[in-house]
Design a protein. Structure first.
Length: 230
């Protein structure tokens, strides 16, 4: 892991990659930062996130997306101190697929589902889009800078965690931020697993195809592991 670059006199930017334990992380950040925790999420009608006046010692957490005009440096051009958690790419993709259906049932407009594509059709559509240009659904769109996967975490990252080691990583992040160690607070996991109306099926047979279609997602995940091992 690189030498700790955390500077408590500057704001901390926590990048919530969708479907990668960001809601769970938010609970712990609230315990650590209290009123100093600000949130960066669209409104109920899709309104852009609020732009906060950040001070040293604050933390802002939310869905930053460079390709949707709500990236961290779109809002905070001087941002440098980042925290992010990644998830196994295929597991995140499946979770995202299910969540889009949940959004649609809740009344949200999800044009990607207008023609009721199958999972494999949606997967191949996302691949076709991504080979032409960076995909706003992809993990890299949530990161502050456009960069090859192997270099994604070379600049400005205070911590890069993995959902698959979330409990241990929360303790490690506490040490880096000089915050009290606490047990990881899991949010949304049971609801996601049991949500009525989600598309059913055995997704496991699609894992190998996904890995073939989206090698850069695995390269990014490997870069996160390499960051930790450095």
């Amino acid at each position: 892991m690189p030498a700790n670059p955390y500077r408590p006199d500057r704001p901390l930017y926590s990048l919530h990659v969708p479907k990668a334990a960001g809601s769970s992380l938010r609970e712990t950040l609230h315990d650590w930062f209290g009123e100093g925790l600000k949130l960066h999420y669209r409104g109920l009608q899709g309104e852009p996130p609020e732009r906060h006046e950040l001070r040293g010692g604050d933390c802002i957490h939310g869905h930053f997306n460079r390709l949707r005009g709500i990236g961290v440096r779109d809002y905070y051009p001087d941002a440098e101190d980042f925290v992010v958690f990644l998830r196994d790419p295929f597991d995140r993709f499946v979770s995202q697929w299910k969540y889009l259906h949940y959004q649609r049932r809740a009344g949200g407009h999800v044009p990607e589902l207008d023609d009721a594509p199958s999972f494999e059709t949606w997967m191949r559509r996302r691949h076709a889009f991504a080979v032409e240009q960076e995909d706003p659904f992809g993990t890299s769109a949530q990161l502050p800078f456009a960069a090859p996967p192997a270099q994604a975490f070379e600049r400005g990252f205070v911590f890069v965690g993995l959902l698959e080691r979330f409990t241990a990583d929360i303790r490690q992040l506490a040490d880096i931020l000089s915050r009290p160690r606490a047990e990881a607070q899991w949010v949304n996991t049971a609801g996601e697993a049991r949500r009525a109306g989600d598309p059913e099926g055995d997704y496991a047979p699609h894992r190998a195809t996904y890995a073939t279609l989206f090698p850069w997602e695995y390269e990014l995940y490997a870069a996160a592991e390499a960051w930790r091992a450095a």
